[in-house]
Design a protein around this ligand. Structure first.
Ligand SMILES: *Cc1c(COP(=O)(O)O)cnc(C)c1O
Length: 384
């Protein structure tokens, strides 16, 4: 049986995007490919092997469960996996046993890491996350003395892989001052660590926006998510980058397309309301196509009477309220539309295309949000 819609993943677009990122950052900066949230909706099992074949040898995820999934599909035994977020108390043994790296941002996790590493007789590979101003996770300045002392005491159980932090909105110039303060705080703290006898192997702080907006955040490694999938973090990031690199072409390519087919076609008489309630009144005789995709499939209800899809190479309006499993498209005037015709929600058809960007703008979602809300059970198919 088939799903009512399909997500296509373009292999050549992934290769292109990773190529652009690596070329821009140069050989001295390691790229950690961020594949949390099912590789931003693209599918871990699809994305990771292609990224690895492009020379990516470090992956970042949010949770132990995600690390497990990445580990399952890795080909190179030397490729590293790093957990930036949650690890259950009953998962940390697996994490350490399997050499998965992880952020340590409080004493609770540090003590647990030491205890389990001691029991296993294996060193835990940790990245010390410090608070620099996002105010989310990370050791506070007042805690650092004690952190250093614990790291020294338990050096037999720990490999200090990295020192890291995360910025509070590097994608918007409005946060410029805050980000600059974070950079400076991070650099000071790193020096302080070294002075006090702890030298982490690497420093990493940058997400996509930071790496492409503030070059001094690149350090030894960057954690790149959204750009691999073909999107600038925000318009601001893109504009800022090309302002500084005049003449360069925007090489990022959308990796994902999302398609369905027409399920039914009918005509509706002037004066009738279409779909639930009274949000759409037929002002003329209408021909409509029903598409088996609704808000339960990730097509946001806020796109009711707003969205656009491509049918028969034409841009068509989504009319009426989006239903749980269906949406209705105005195909008045396109006589040839019939059952089984391709419908493109995101992607290209003929000369036209619908970007994730326009889709997310209309539905008032971030690119990030739209991508990661596409249900993980919708089939992803790799195409050229
Ligand atoms: C998600 C995430 C990233 C990647 O962010 P992008 O904007 O997608 O590049 C980097 N670091 C941390 C801690 C993250 O949570």
């Amino acid at each position: 049986m088939k799903q009512t819609s399909i997500i296509e993943i373009s292999k050549s677009a992934i290769i292109n995007n990773i190529g652009f990122i690596k070329e821009t950052l140069g050989e001295n900066v390691r790229v950690s490919s961020v594949v949390k949230a099912n590789a931003y909706g693209h599918g871990v099992e699809n994305f990771v092997p292609i990224a690895e074949s492009c020379g990516i040898d470090h992956f970042s995820v949010f949770s132990a469960m995600e690390a497990f999934r990445v580990k399952q599909v890795l080909k190179q035994p030397t490729t590293d996996v790093m957990i930036m977020g949650h690890i259950g108390a009953d998962e940390i043994e697996w994490v350490i046993q399997n050499g998965v790296e992880f952020f340590v941002f409080n004493f609770c996790r540090l003590q647990l890491a030491v205890k389990v590493a001691e029991e296993l007789g294996i060193k835990a590979k940790i990245h010390i996350e410090i608070e620099t101003g996002l105010n989310r996770t990370g050791f506070e300045r007042e805690e650092l003395k004690q952190v250093i002392s614990l790291l020294k005491t338990y050096s037999a159980n720990l490999t200090i892989k990295g020192l890291c932090t995360h910025y509070a909105g590097a994608e918007s110039i409005a946060n410029h001052v805050r980000v600059q303060r974070q950079i400076s705080k991070f650099n000071k703290t790193y020096k302080w660590f070294v002075k006090n006898g702890i030298t982490p192997e690497i420093r990493h702080t940058a997400c996509s926006a930071a790496a492409f907006t503030y070059e001094n955040t690149r350090m030894d490694m960057v954690r790149i998510g959204i750009m691999q999938y073909g999107f600038w973090s925000t318009d601001e990031t893109r504009i800022h980058y090309f302002h500084k690199h005049k003449g360069q072409l925007d090489r990022l390519e959308r990796v994902m397309s999302w398609k369905s087919t027409v399920m039914s076609v009918k005509t509706v008489k002037t004066g009738e309301f279409i779909s639930y309630g009274t949000t759409f009144l037929a002002q003329e005789d209408k021909k409509i196509a029903i598409v088996p995709v609704g808000y339960s499939h990730g097509f946001s209800r806020t796109l009711s009477n707003q969205g656009r899809v491509l049918v028969r190479g034409r841009r068509c309006a989504v009319i009426g309220l989006i239903n749980m499993n269906m949406l209705i498209v105005d195909v008045t005037g396109i006589d040839s539309v019939k059952y089984g015709d391709e419908v493109v929600m995101i992607g290209r058809q003929g000369k036209l295309s619908i970007s994730v960007h326009s889709f997310s703008q209309l539905s008032d979602q971030l690119n990030y949000e739209l991508l990661t809300r596409l249900p993980s059970d919708t089939k992803r198919k790799i195409v050229k």
